[in-house]
Design a protein around this ligand. Structure first.
Ligand code: ZN
Length: 371
C-alpha cells in the first residue's frame, strides 16, 4: 500500500508567545514536532514522510538533524503549505496520503491504523471527537440550541486518496483550516471516525507547561588511572598514555550519567543493573550500558529533560572534547546536544585527582514522566 505522511509545521506561531516557534518548543522533554515525527517513523508503514516548515524556521529544523525525511518550505497559508507538501509527492506514485498538524503531538498508532484501514474504502477519512457540553449558536444576537450529536470537532491526521485531494487542493487560493474542508466545500463525502481526547491541539504556551512532572537524580563515579589502559570519557576515546581501571571500559562520565538517570527515575543504580561480578559486562563499552538504561526508562514513560555534567580531572582538558561528548551522549539518550551541559574541573593539583591518579565525574539529571 503506497501511503505517505505529510506533517505541517509551517505556521508562524502567532498565538504562541515565545522566541522559539511552536513546533520547536520543548514539550514533555523534546521539541513538539519531534513527537509527531518519532511516532510516524515508529509506524514503519509510510513510504515517504514530508515535513513542511515555515521559510523563516529553517535554522530550527536543521538543528534537529532528522534523517530520511523530506523537508520543504511552506507557503503563506496553511492551504498553500499543504499544496506544496502534496506537490512534492507528485512523482512518487503515492496512492494515499495522511496530513497532520504538528501542533497535535499525542495521536496514537492505533489511530493511524484505523485511518489506514478506512482510507481503502473512502476518499477522505477524518478523526473527530464530540462534546459532552451543550452547544449553542448565536446568530444576529439570537441564541439557538444546537444538537450536540451533530457537532464534531475535527482532528488530524486526516487520510485522503492522493489524487482526489490533489485535484481539490489545486485551488490553493482557498483559505482552509483543515484539508477535509475541501471535500466538504466540494459537496463530497467524508468519513468521520472516532478521534482521541488526548489528541489535543497545543495552541498557547500554557498547554505546553501543564501536566508535566519533573524528577531529579544525582550520579557520581571515580576511576583509578593506570598506565597501558584506554581512556574513555563520555563515550569518546581520548588519546592518553594512562587510562581508567574498571570492570567495563571504566568510563566515569557515562557511569555517573547512568546513575543520575536511574536515580531520577527511581530505578536503582548501575551496580544493581550491571554487576561487576558478571563476566557478561567485562570490558563492555559503557555506551552499550547507557543505551540499555535509556531503553528501560523510556519503556516506563520517562524521558530526559537535561543533564548537567562535571568532569573532574587534571588532564586531559575537557573543553576540547565537550562537543564530541555532548553529541555522543545526546545520540544515546535521544535528546538534543543543547539539553546537555558539560563542565571541566580540576582540583588545583590537590589530592589523587590533582596527582593524576584518578578521574571523577558528577552528574545531575532531570527527567520528565511522559504520561
Ligand atoms: Zn564506574
Amino acid at each position: 500500500m503506497n501511503i505517505s505522511f505529510i506533517i505541517l509545521a509551517g505556521g508562524e506561531s502567532k498565538r504562541f508567545n515565545s522566541k522559539t516557534p511552536k513546533p520547536y518548543h520543548l514539550y514533555k522533554g523534546k521539541p513538539l514536532l519531534m513527537h509527531s515525527i518519532d511516532r510516524v517513523k515508529s509506524y514503519k508503514k509510510f513510504k515517504k514522510i514530508v515535513i513542511v516548515v515555515h521559510k523563516n524556521h529553517t535554522k530550527f529544523i536543521k538543528k534537529l538533524k532528522i534523517p530520511n525525511i523530506k523537508i520543504i518550505k511552506g507557503g503563506r497559508t496553511r492551504a498553500e503549505s499543504a499544496f506544496k507538501g502534496l506537490n512534492s509527492l507528485k512523482n512518487s506514485n503515492t496512492k494515499y496520503v495522511m496530513i497532520h498538524d504538528a501542533a497535535r503531538p499525542n495521536f496514537s498508532l492505533k489511530l493511524l491504523n484505523k485511518l489506514k484501514k478506512e482510507i481503502q474504502f473512502n476518499n477522505c477519512v477524518v478523526p473527530a471527537i464530540q462534546t459532552a457540553d451543550s452547544v449553542k449558536q448565536k446568530i444576529k444576537g439570537k441564541v439557538k440550541n444546537l444538537k450536540r450529536e451533530n457537532i464534531f470537532f475535527m482532528q488530524t491526521p486526516q487520510a485522503f486518496n492522493y489524487n482526489e485531494l490533489f485535484k481539490l487542493q489545486k485551488n490553493k487560493s482557498l483559505e482552509v483550516t483543515d484539508d477535509a474542508n475541501l471535500f466538504v466545500e466540494a459537496g463530497k463525502k467524508i468519513k468521520i471516525i472516532k478521534g482521541e481526547l488526548e489528541n489535543k491541539k497545543i495552541t498557547i504556551n500554557s498547554d505546553i507547561k501543564s501536566n508535566v512532572s519533573i524528577k531529579y537524580g544525582l550520579g557520581f563515579d571515580v576511576h583509578r588511572l593506570v598506565p597501558n589502559k584506554k581512556l574513555y570519557l563520555g563515550g569518546i576515546k581520548i588519546p592518553s598514555k594512562i587510562g581508567t581501571l574498571g570492570h567495563s571500559d571504566g568510563d566515569p562520565v557515562l557511569h555517573a550519567v547512568i546513575d543520575a538517570v536511574l536515580g531520577a527515575c527511581g530505578m536503582g543504580d548501575i551496580g544493581k543493573k550491571f554487576s561487576d561480578k558478571s563476566k557478561k559486562f567485562e570490558n563492555i563499552r559503557s555506551t552499550i550500558l547507557l543505551d540499555k538504561v535509556i531503553d528501560q526508562i523510556r519503556l516506563k514513560g520517562f524521558i530526559i529533560n537535561n543533564l548537567d555534567i562535571n568532569i573532574i580531572t587534571e588532564k586531559p582538558k575537557i573543553q576540547k572534547y565537550n562537543k564530541k561528548i555532548a553529541n555522543c551522549i545526546s545520540r544515546i539518550c535521544k535528546i538534543l546536544p543543547s539539553q546537555i551541559n558539560i563542565k571541566g574541573k580540576t582540583t588545583e593539583k590537590l589530592g589523587v585527582i590533582g596527582k593524576e591518579k584518578a578521574i571523577a565525574c558528577e552528574v545531575i539529571a532531570s527527567v520528565i514522566k511522559n504520561d
